[in-house]
Design a protein around this ligand. Structure first.
Ligand code: BGC
Ligand code: BGC
Length: 620
């Protein structure tokens, strides 16, 4: 097949509807099947890609390279510009934030895309980073920090399968996950998005999860496209190097040599590519004096050539803008470095204009454009989107189903790390006479789910359906047990001699990205005060800590009889109760070294409070 490049904005056949048979408008390439070759599912994908590419104008090609935030798009532009993708950022929900509301919204966008001249389906992307986590009613899995503690690849694969099933039920095929970051400094607000500080743990869990999302074949109806992110070294940024708003470390500088970059941060990508990764997101961070989005050495030479990545590279949210003060320069440098699809996300006309100009004056070659578009189209064909552009909305009843929640509960139980257990007070006896529970966090789905839950930064309260830790505890105990709950730990005057077994639930308030950058990760003062108050009245005091990372507790921990690192368990709080009452064993181990004090950061070393991999079993 000879390839000619249509390098003008003139559409080969103008307003004609998409020809579906050779007999209609395009007689140049009839096939046996009677359809245009790119529409023929029997044809090899590379032939379909070349056939389609040959028919595209420059404008349509650049459209495919454009990823737009859904609230920013003028609906008529979807077909007119042939946009390659749309996304919801954190919290970018439809007005009706229900599974049906999502399915309807995405279906409408897809229908619009199919009305474009060539009828190329769009990719709709979301951050389903712990379940389909923008959707009210979806199951919310523990954040990766907890799944890192569980360290169970088989579990990860099942979580990937369930997440994909909930996504396709809402017509979505593209997940901006997994984060394969290897966070090396817990002051980073994205520590919880990473599985562990250890490269091998990250690699085995991320790979298994990717396999779960993508299934046996990307073209399966229940498969979604995974996106390992953020390439590369996002977890290695140094404190104080961020130049983004008030951030301190997020999006900063990864100040390490190439050997360390390759041994610590690159291996998860190599494994993900081998496991079939077809899109990779670039990091906001810098390395070697250059923003990652402008690094042709890393994006093209290393990722594409050396690791053999033939999928497409997507930029992060408005990230190319950080390359240069001049937007046109940023566009040229990022595309030439190897970015294939630009998450614009808002000013997409500027991007399209700048890239068009750059091609016309020769600053970006048509070969580079064709390479980018080929990569994007190939993945769309692999996903089977031309045959099945919508999802599986008939599966909508499965979103947040009991069986999905059961899997999350299992994951929660496996993610709990027992840090301290004086007198073996855990597990508790479910027949215990009374249990005194304190802390608003004990009864708060938003708190136990953290950032990236319904909204970008997360929020407190009933942000979505689920079981709070308190509900889980109530369900776990014997019918005769009284569970007394007071958020402030005020239980009044008890009969003298009453034995008090207490559970205090405390934690970090929700945050995401650089909003979570803190010099000293701590529990809120009010939570520490609550625990101190409890200590004054309780015989046995169990403290459950909800957090996205280790928090500094060495000044207090000796006073606490038992301590459980619960991380950000998500919607199924009964998984926490399962280990507290011994229905499930404690098996989680620390995915991050737990520092003694802030002076030990970023690398706590041998004198840490709890070493990497620590975790008691609860068997005495
Ligand atoms: C984050 C990405 C995310 C994207 C879309 C960015 O700010 O860094 O991880 O996928 O937004 O929400
Ligand atoms: C979006 C996030 C995105 C962030 C980047 C927010 O408005 O909801 O998805 O990561 O902006 O700054």
């Amino acid at each position: 097949m000879s390839i000619t490049v249509a390098c003008s904005d003139e559409a080969p056949s103008t307003d004609a509807p998409l020809p579906t048979t050779a007999a209609s408008t395009d007689e140049s390439e009839p096939t046996a099947a009677g359809a245009l070759p790119y529409r023929d599912p029997a044809l090899a994908i590379h032939l379909r890609v070349e056939d389609l590419l040959e028919r595209m104008t420059l404008g349509e090609k650049i459209g495919q390279m454009t990823l737009v935030e859904k609230n920013s798009v003028a609906p008529s532009d979807i077909a007119r510009l042939g946009l390659g993708g749309l996304l919801s950022g954190g919290g970018g929900s439809p007005r009706d934030n229900s599974p049906t509301g999502w399915a309807t919204m995405v279906e409408e966008f897809q229908t619009a895309a199919l009305e474009s001249r060539l009828g190329i389906p769009l990719l709709y992307g979301v951050d389903a980073v712990h379940g389909h986590s923008n959707v009210v009613g979806a199951v919310i899995f523990p954040h990766n920090v907890g799944l890192g503690a569980a360290d169970n690849p088989e579990l990860m694969e099942r979580i990937g399968r369930v997440t994909a099933a909930e996504m396709v039920a809402t017509n979505i095929h593209w997940n901006f996950a997994p984060a394969v970051s290897v966070p090396r400094d817990i002051r980073w607000g994205r520590t919880y998005e990473g599985f562990a500080e250890d490269t091998d743990r990250v690699t085995r869990l991320a790979t298994a999860y990717l396999r779960g999302l993508q299934g046996d074949s990307l073209s399966d109806r229940t498969s979604v496209l995974a996106t390992p992110k953020h390439f590369v070294g996002d977890g290695g940024t140094s404190w104080g190097t961020s130049t983004t708003s008030d951030y301190r470390i997020d999006q900063g500088v990864t100040d390490i040599d190439e050997t360390e970059l390759r041994t610590v941060h690159l291996p998860p990508y190599a494994a993900a590519v081998d496991a079939g990764a077809r899109s990779v997101m670039v990091s906001y961070s810098s390395w070697g004096g250059e923003k990652m989005h402008a690094q042709s050495y890393l994006l093209t030479d290393v990722l594409k050539d050396e690791l053999g990545f033939t999928g497409f590279v997507v930029s992060d949210w408005e990230a190319i803008d950080q390359i240069d003060d001049d937007y046109g320069t940023s566009v040229v440098r990022s595309i030439n470095a190897g970015v294939d699809m630009n998450m614009v996300p808002r000013a997409y006309h500027d991007f399209i204009d700048e890239l068009t100009r750059a091609v016309e004056v020769g600053e970006v070659s048509i070969d580079r454009i064709d390479d980018a578009v080929r990569r994007i189209l190939r993945v769309k064909f692999e996903l089977g989107l031309f045959e099945n552009p919508y999802g599986e909305p008939e599966r909508i009843v499965d979103v947040g189903s009991d069986s999905h929640r059961l899997l999350a509960r299992e994951a929660v139980a496996q993610s709990q790390v027992l840090l301290r257990n004086q007198r073996s007070i855990l597990p508790l006896d479910p027949n215990i006479e009374a249990l005194y529970v304190a802390g608003a966090a004990a009864d708060d789905i938003g708190m136990q789910s953290g950032g990236w839950t319904i909204s970008w930064q997360g929020g407190l309260g009933e942000v979505t359906d689920g079981m709070t830790i308190l509900d889980g505890v109530r369900n776990a105990v014997h019918a005769n047990t009284s569970v007394l709950f007071d958020r402030n730990g005020r239980f009044g005057d008890l009969a003298p001699g009453t034995e008090m077994v207490c559970l205090a639930v405390v934690g970090e308030f929700p945050y995401a990205e650089g909003f979570g950058d803190v010099a000293e990760p701590r529990l809120p003062d009010s939570h520490l005060a609550l625990v101190e108050h409890m200590r004054g009245q309780c015989d046995d005091l169990i403290v459950v800590v909800l957090s996205g990372r280790p928090v500094l507790i060495s000044d207090h921990v000796e006073d606490w009889d038992a301590v459980v690192a619960a991380w950000l368990p998500g919607s199924e709080g009964d998984g926490v109760a399962d280990v507290l009452f011994g229905t499930e064993p404690f098996t989680g181990t620390l995915p991050y070294t737990w520092p003694r004090d802030a002076a030990q950061l970023p690398e706590p070393g041998d004198d840490a409070l709890f070493p990497y991999g620590f975790g008691l079993t609860g068997n005495g």
